[in-house]
Ligand binder design. Structure first.
Ligand code: NDP
Length: 328
């Protein structure tokens, strides 16, 4: 049998963790021929709940699941890890300022980055889901000087999937007929879902975007504020769709994106499309041979440029804030 891949999930006892672990163990993330060993990392108060989830994982008798370990120490939780899904984060509490939130998360993602640096496998791939995901990824990467920056990514795949679904509904076509859509910038309300290079039902996405009122007052805000709409309807934040997006992101990273299409992911910028180097920002990306590549050569018109710049400016502010707090 193939050697199992070590997958660490932080915040394993949370809502997203519960929706994620069973799908990883079933083979949905790394394919039907790859056994996995799960490492659940939690804070001490949540270890008992993680043990309950591990019992349920046992009870599924997944043929691909090689074992489950539970840790509250990042050094042990990331030992030999090949894929790290950083889901656990400090949520914004009542009256909490942005600086408090960034500081609390710096206290989580800094040490986790350091533990990944010191203990993970050489081929480690990190996906940050916990918010503010882009800046948490920046903090983690900054504490892992021996790991390539291309190994740290932030999740904008849920935004991407939401945009696919909205565009398909507008055009009245199946979601499988929407291709080459892009989420740019931060995983926040400032993100920019870009239809201009997309293909929707065999037609250019620009044909949908011609209706500027729909684009600016419906499509863009619906995608960007979908999380809040789900909380309003469901009484709890999205969990299954976030877990699904994490699975999609890692699967495409490891196994590749389909020919003729691309997806969106938050990557460490090397300066593409004028995004300052060293910000973790969302780009149009393809993957092959286990590595992401930013799609290059796309023309960005003034309409899109202004929106990309606004979201990137927010990332710059977040970086300045974490710098000022001494977190990077
Ligand atoms: P969830 O599992 O619902 O969410 C976890 C994180 O994912 C949050 O930061 C959340 O951000 C973020 N997130 C990103 N995208 C989405 C999305 N589309 N929809 C919803 N959330 C999204 O949180 P729970 O409170 O249920 O569980 C968190 C767990 O993490 C707890 O078990 C806690 O003990 C653990 N934890 C573990 C740590 C560790 O391992 N060191 C550190 C801190 C917490 P947002 O806040 O914006 O909803």
């Amino acid at each position: 049998m193939t050697t199992p891949v070590n997958v660490t999930v932080t915040g394993a006892a949370g809502q997203i963790g519960y929706a994620l672990l069973f799908r990883i163990a079933s083979g949905a993330m790394l394919g039907p021929d790859t056994p996995v060993r799960l490492r659940l990392l939690e804070i001490p108060q949540a270890v008992k709940a993680a043990e309950g989830t591990a019992m349920e994982l046992d009870d599924c008798a997944f043929p691909l699941l090689d074992g489950v370990d539970i840790h509250d120490d990042p050094a042990r939780g990331f030992e030999g890890t090949n894929v790290a899904l950083l889901v656990g984060a400090r949520p914004r509490g009542p009256g909490m300022e942005r600086a408090d939130l960034l500081e609390a998360n710096g206290g989580i993602f800094g040490p986790q980055g350091r533990a990944i640096n010191d203990h993970a496998a050489d081929d480690v791939r990190v996906l940050v889901v916990g918010n503010p995901a882009n800046t948490n990824a920046l903090i983690a990467a900054s504490h892992a000087p021996d790991v390539g920056k291309d190994r740290f990514t932030a999740m904008t795949r849920l935004d991407h999937n939401r945009a696919l679904s909205q565009a398909a509904a507008r055009a009245g076509v199946p979601v499988s007929q929407v291709k080459r859509l892009t989420i740019w910038g931060n995983h926040s309300a400032s993100q920019y879902p870009d239809l201009f290079h997309a293909e929707v039902g065999g037609r250019p996405g620009a044909a949908l975007a011609v209706d500027r009122a729909w684009l600016t007052e419906d499509f863009v805000p619906t995608v960007a504020k979908r999380g809040a709409a789900i909380i309003d309807a469901r009484g709890a934040s999205s969990a299954a769709s976030a877990a699904n997006a994490a699975i999609d992101h890692v699967r495409d990273w490891v196994l590749g994106t389909p020919e003729g299409d691309w997806t969106s992911a938050g990557l460490w910028s090397t300066g593409a499309y004028g995004v300052p180097e060293g910000l973790v920002s969302s780009f149009p990306v393809t993957s092959s041979g286990g590595a992401w590549d930013v799609v290059d050569g796309l023309e960005v018109d003034d309409f899109s440029r202004a929106r990309i710049d606004a979201s990137v400016a927010e990332l710059v502010e977040e970086r300045e804030a974490v710098r000022a707090l001494g977190l990077i």
